[in-house]
Design a protein around this ligand. Sequence first.
Ligand SMILES: [Zn+2]
Length: 464
Amino acid sequence: MSDRDSFDPLSWSKRDGSSPVLPEMWKNVAGRQEAGEPEAGGLPRVWWLLAGCIALVAILGSLWFWLPRSPQNSAPLPEQVQIAPLPDGATAPPQTGLPIYSSRRVRLAGPKDLLGYLREAGLPADEIAEANKVAMSVLGNAKGETSAVLNLVAAGGTVRLERLEASLPDGSGAILARGDDGAFSVSRVAAELSKRIKVVRGELDSDSFYSSAVSAGVIDSLIPEFVNAFGFDFNLAAEVAPGDTFEVAYEQTVNAAGQPQGEPQLLFASLVTAAKSRSLYRFKPVDQDTGWFDGNGGSTVRSFMRTPVDGARITSKFGMRFHPVLHYTRLHAGVDFGVPVGTPVYAAADGMVIGSTPTSCGGNMAVLQHDNGWVTRYFHLSHFAPGLHNGQRVTQGYTIGLSGTTGTCTTGPHLHYEVRIDGEPVDPLGIQTDSGRKGLEGAARAAFIQQRDRVDVARARNAE
Ligand SMILES: [Zn+2]
């Protein structure tokens, strides 16, 4: 005898053979337990009647619970079951005490899972087949997470489907409704997507730019791009301090229910420090790369890096000098940045690889031709980036190789960096970094102004 049995009042009465005189509070329990067991021979007739009545109540009661829930007590539904109000035009349920309508909502991996869900709902097979066929006539080959709502009705001891709504993430979908003739009619729901601009403002904390942005509510996937925007105007490791403020605006496509669809797009970033402030708009002109522009469409960033390596200190400037290895005075045609061997060397601007070759004096040399005609050259590299080849398109910041100390004209690890305009070397530290790429003109500028104004309206609304 198990412990569990010892809590069964019926087993107590059976054990001693006498008529059970159960306390009031046990009766319902006893009735339910007895209802499913046909053999209880030793019990008096009056107990049978009592048990029968209680069993009937139990069956009705369980039907009550059974209807709005999973009919086979199968796997729990992902979302909570709700009792829906009566559909428009429906008559009130008859006065049997039974709940008539129930509404169930679930998320499915795709429209194809609808069939399984209809089966799970315990509908008659012919109804499942018909409903699925009608739904598929509209949903067809659509894919994507599908939200489904089933409105069920209990009638004559069976469950029937009254209404089915299936919607895809973009808001498109199908609505099935049972007509007076008992057949399903279906209507198609069109996609409904819209774009919203969201504005987030925040203040730098003492930890990091990243943590400040995240705690202000900036989606973290946007932060690298945000940091990039200021790569020319701020040294984010040294020139910002707690209390400096930033603002981000991004665009998100949402469906009719307001749920995000696709990736958010950064449109605006501003940073205000005690020393300076920058407000930049991100824009993609037709047939050009996305860029950052000032409010007038002038290119402010993503032109040329002054320093194509991180953490560099200048060990030799541009100009005439007595060469330490060659031992005569000549033009030092670039800038030397002292960096450890193996430091990533970045493409100073978008451009094309036109050389990656060993030279005797300068060691491994990479050469890039940029869109404005300028050429940048990078010397003494220990490695070229794997697969680097002539004609390869690189974007600004792409690691073209690793710094080193190759070649005969070097006394230690450094990057020798050159900028040439029309073939003439110029001082990389003297160039205007915003002169490398022209501002927007004509139709591109008009489109930019339109986007800028949308962003500014959203920013103004957010500031209210
Ligand atoms: Zn040099």
